[in-house]
Design a protein around this ligand. Structure first.
Ligand SMILES: C[S@@+](CC[C@H](N)C(=O)[O-])C[C@H]1O[C@@H](n2cnc3c(N)ncnc32)[C@H](O)[C@@H]1O
Length: 221
């Protein structure tokens, strides 16, 4: 492993707003201490919690946190060296409404309790073209999100993958009668303004530079 990665992993251990545990340790203990009490015991406020799943370097998490000081933002990803970037920025800039959880999204409900989360952003997930079951918008994952989301909680999907967009819209949301609040297969050619275009993620900038259309769906379960 490269020295830079090791340095980032070591620094991650020192950040007060980075949480990472071994699955076995959580499973064999009383569980994650902040589950069900993020607001009271970590953020020390009663503001809504917003997750970014597959946050990578955390541009959305940090950017939205600056824009909305009255909400709490938590970036989730499995790659510590990427998350280090967002976490470092939040610590350096003393942004208090940000945290990061390093985990597989598959076990999200080990970190968040029922009704604990108000909104979820899924930003440029791997489209998993050959493995529909692994897509972060597959029914299996939506069931998981429904365990932790408040009633009428909102989910946003932003992706460059037309396949993932079509699959999510037609095979999952329409087929299962979910509420679609907004959808476009060309966000930057649409009249959708909102936060959704005010911050670009790392991958989004790459795709935009390549001239790829960005798609967007806002929905409820
Ligand atoms: C293509 S990158 C997008 C990163 C960022 N959202 C962006 O737009 O720049 C996908 C990210 O999702 C993370 N990821 C994919 N599947 C995951 C899973 N099951 N659990 C946790 N993270 C996952 C990867 O580690 C990666 O950082």
């Amino acid at each position: 492993m490269g020295k830079d990665k090791l340095r980032r992993f070591a620094e991650n251990e020192t950040f007060p707003n980075m949480f990472q545990y071994k699955y076995e340790d959580l499973k064999n203990s009383e569980g994650f201490a902040l589950k069900g009490s993020w607001k009271k015991n970590f953020f020390k406020n009663n503001n809504p919690i917003v997750l970014e799943l597959g946050c990578g370097k955390g541009e959305y998490t940090v950017g939205l946190a600056k824009q909305y000081p009255n909400k709490n933002f938590i970036g989730v990803d499995i790659k510590g060296a990427r998350m280090w970037r967002g976490c470092k920025t939040s610590v350096e800039e003393k942004i208090n409404n940000v945290a990061f959880v390093r985990t597989h999204i598959q076990v999200l409900d080990m970190y968040f309790a029922e009704n604990e989360v108000s909104e979820i952003w899924i930003t440029f997930p791997d489209p998993q073209l050959k493995k529909p079951n692994k897509r972060l918008t597959s029914p299996r994952f939506l069931d998981l999100y429904s365990k932790i989301l408040i009633e009428k909680g909102i989910i946003h999907l932003k992706t460059d993958s037309q396949e993932l967009y079509d699959y999510t819209l037609n095979e999952v949301l329409l087929a299962h009668k979910k509420t679609i609040l907004l959808s476009t297969n060309n966000l930057y050619g649409s009249d959708i303004l909102e936060d959704v275009i005010s911050i670009r993620t790392f991958y989004e900038s790459i795709y935009l530079n390549q001239g790829k259309p960005i798609t967007y769906i806002k929905f409820q379960l």
